[in-house]
Design a protein around this ligand. Structure first.
Ligand SMILES: *[C@@H]1O[C@H](CO)[C@@H](O)[C@H](O)[C@H]1NC(C)=O
Ligand SMILES: *[C@@H]1O[C@H](CO)[C@@H](O)[C@H](O)[C@H]1NC(C)=O
Ligand SMILES: *[C@@H]1O[C@H](CO)[C@@H](O)[C@H](O)[C@H]1NC(C)=O
Length: 263
């Protein structure tokens, strides 16, 4: 299509004609880019239409801040956002009760958590998960992270659109995280207002995020960024399914003017 457009531009003599052709070629290209994004971002497998949640909240943690607590982190602490979880939320922004507590969250029979290690292994996802979704308690221990994934699956995954398709659930989370990490960077040690971070993230992903703040250990009340949460439509936890989160800050931040740093 690009070639064809170029040829038409070369043939067309008038400036105005060239301009029109260029504009329409640009539009075609934009559509194509969009299509490519859609196909690469599409989640495999079908979804369960009978789930009770309203939207997804995708939570990314900033590891240096997660470890700035009573949590004793062992192994390398990644200096990039890693996944905390992909959570089906009710319309009041509360998490759906876990399947164990309320089996009417879905009509299908979810995959049991004890089946996950084999499924993730045979699905070739372990390597990617260790990088994108490590348990910071011991980033070099597969076992520790497997427990983290199982807990997240039991608490949130079973009542998602992918209750019997754990590979699709974990792939969706990895895809969202990789897309985000590439799209957007904050500088460490720099102080930002909540609203500045919200604006930057929104410019990158097209949806209002929820910034979660924590108090820095021994920092005399200084605030740090703990988590960055993005919200997605039910049935479409892909970059194209982004929607605004209900609140733009949580944790110890109390205003969009609060200042915080990225540790
Ligand atoms: C959704 O629920 C209806 C009614 O219970 C059931 O007939 C249908 O099979 C369910 N759909 C799926 C995909 O589970
Ligand atoms: C289970 O979830 C359904 C649908 O969200 C809700 O109507 C029902 O009250 C819940 N039951 C319990 C025991 O929480
Ligand atoms: C962390 O994991 C590694 C690899 O499994 C293990 O050798 C080490 O003992 C673990 N450290 C702690 C403190 O649990």
């Amino acid at each position: 299509m690009k070639k064809h457009c170029n040829k038409m531009v070369a043939v067309g003599g008038l400036m105005v004609a060239c301009l029109l052709v260029e504009i329409s070629c640009g539009a075609v290209e934009a559509v194509r880019v969009q299509e490519r994004r859609l196909s690469s971002g599409r989640i495999l497998g079908s979804t369960d239409p009978n789930t009770t949640f309203a939207f997804y909240k995708f939570s990314l943690q900033w590891p240096p801040a997660s470890c700035d607590s009573s949590l004793k982190c062992v192994g390398d602490i990644p200096a990039e956002f890693t996944i905390h979880g992909l959570w089906p939320q009710l319309s009041n922004d509360k998490g759906v009760p876990a399947y164990a507590k309320n089996k009417s969250c879905t009509t299908l029979t979810p995959t049991r958590a004890d089946q996950l290690p084999v499924i993730l292994q045979t699905g070739n996802l372990v390597q990617q998960l260790m990088q994108a979704w490590p348990d910071l308690k011991n980033t070099s221990s597969l076992k520790t992270s497997q427990t983290f994934w199982s807990n997240e699956w039991t608490k949130h995954g079973m009542c998602s659109d992918y209750g019997d398709k754990p590979l699709d659930y974990f792939k969706a989370a990895i895809n969202l995280r990789n897309n985000f990490v590439q799209a957007f960077k904050l500088e460490r040690g720099v102080s930002y207002k909540v609203e500045e971070i919200v604006k930057k993230v929104k410019a990158a992903v097209n949806g209002t995020p929820e910034i979660t703040c924590r108090t820095k250990k021994g920092g005399m009340g200084a605030k740090i960024l703990l988590e960055l949460r993005l919200c997605y439509k039910k049935g479409n936890p892909t970059p194209q399914g982004i929607q605004d989160c209900k609140v733009s800050y949580s944790g110890v931040c109390k205003s969009t003017l609060d200042e915080l740093t990225l540790l």
